[in-house]
Design a protein around this ligand. Structure first.
Ligand code: GSH
Length: 290
C-alpha cells in the first residue's frame, strides 16, 4: 500500500487483493455464489446467524422470551460462517437478499416468513409474542426510536471506527480520528440519556436495550476492538452502569454464547437446537467428548 494520497480513477475497478480482515468475503455484487439449501430444524423459528453484535441482539431476545416463559419462542440457531462465504449460498440469499447475518425464517406461519435486518427481526419477534416492546404509546415510541438510532448509528461504530482502528491493514489517522469523534459523541448521547433512565425506553427493559447493548455495551465493557482505554470508556459512568446491569441477566449470558466461534470454548455454542444445549453442547464439552 502506498503512502501517497489516492487519486480515484474515473471508473472504480474491483481490486480483489485490497487487503484487510474482510478481503476474502467483500465483493461489489449481490446474489448467491453457490447452490445450497438452508437446514431446517424442529422448531418453527429458524435462525441463521453468527455471534457478532448484530447476531447477538436476536439470540438475546429469543433467550429473554424463553426466560419469560414464552415457550413458543423455542428456536434452532444455525451457524453461518461469514468468513467462509456461507452468507452467499442460494438458501441464505433466499432468506436475506442482502447476504448478512442474522436472518430468520418463521415456519410457524404459512407461507414461511423470512425476516432480515436485525432491527426488523427484533420488532417482528417482539410484536409476535407481545413482549419487550412497551404497551404505553410513549414508551413504545421511545423504544422504536432508540432501536432505529442503533441501526443507523452502529455502522459508524463497527464499519467505521472498528474497521479502521482494529481491522484495516494499516492505521490511518484521518479515518480513526473521524470515527473516534463520532463514536465518543454517540457514547455521550447514551450516557446522558441513561443518567435519567434505567433503560433506553425508560423504566422498562426492551428490544432497544437488546439492540444497543451488544455494540455499545461491548465497547464500554472493553470487549469490542480492545478499545476501552483508547476511547476512555471509564468516563461514561451511566453507560457502564446500564451495560453491567444488562450483562448480569441470565438470558443475556446465554444469548451471547449462541453461534459464537471465538473466545473460551465453554462460551461457544456453535448451534443451538434445544434449551439443554447450553449444558451439554458447548465446545469444551464437544471437544472433551472427542
Ligand atoms: N444492518 C444489518 C447488518 C448485518 C451485518 O452487517 N452483518 C454482518 C456481520 S455483523 C455480515 O453478515 N457480514 C457478512 C458480509 O458482509 O459478507 C443488520 O443489522 O442485520
Amino acid at each position: 500500500m502506498s503512502d501517497t494520497p489516492y487519486t480515484p480513477p474515473r471508473v472504480w475497478i474491483w481490486d480483489k487483493a485490497n487487503g484487510g480482515a474482510f478481503a476474502s468475503i467483500n465483493r461489489p455484487v449481490a446474489g448467491p455464489t453457490h447452490d445450497k439449501d438452508l437446514p431446517v430444524g424442529k422448531h418453527p423459528l429458524q435462525l441463521y446467524s453468527l455471534a457478532t453484535p448484530n447476531g447477538q441482539k436476536v439470540t438475546i431476545l429469543l433467550e429473554e422470551l424463553l426466560e419469560a416463559g414464552v415457550t413458543e419462542a423455542e428456536y434452532d440457531a444455525w451457524l453461518i460462517r461469514i468468513h467462509d462465504g456461507d452468507q452467499f449460498s442460494s438458501g441464505f440469499v433466499g432468506a436475506n437478499p442482502n447476504s448478512k447475518i442474522p436472518a430468520l425464517m418463521d415456519h410457524g406461519v404459512s407461507p414461511p416468513q423470512r425476516v432480515f435486518e436485525s432491527g426488523a427481526i427484533l420488532l417482528y419477534l417482539a410484536e409476535k409474542f407481545g413482549r419487550f416492546l412497551p404497551a404505553d404509546p410513549a414508551a413504545r415510541t421511545a423504544a422504536i426510536s432508540w432501536l432505529f438510532w442503533q441501526m443507523g448509528s452502529a455502522p459508524l461504530l463497527g464499519g467505521g471506527f472498528g474497521h479502521f482502528y482494529a481491522y484495516a491493514p494499516e492505521k490511518y489517522e484521518y479515518p480513526i480520528n473521524r470515527y473516534t469523534m463520532e463514536v465518543k459523541r454517540q457514547m455521550d448521547v447514551l450516557d446522558r440519556h441513561l443518567a435519567d433512565n434505567d433503560y433506553m425506553a425508560g423504566s422498562e427493559y426492551s428490544i432497544a436495550d437488546m439492540a444497543i447493548w451488544p455494540w455499545y455495551g461491548g465497547v464500554a465493557l472493553g470487549r469490542a476492538y480492545d478499545a476501552a482505554e483508547f476511547l476512555d470508556t471509564a468516563g461514561y459512568a451511566n453507560l457502564l452502569r446500564w451495560a453491567n446491569r444488562i450483562d448480569a441477566r441470565p438470558a443475556v449470558k446465554r444469548g451471547v454464547m449462541v453461534n459464537r466461534t471465538n473466545g473460551p470454548p465453554e462460551g461457544q455454542l456453535h448451534e443451538r437446537h434445544d434449551a439443554g444445549d447450553f449444558a451439554t453442547r458447548t465446545q469444551d464439552k464437544l471437544e472433551a467428548a472427542g
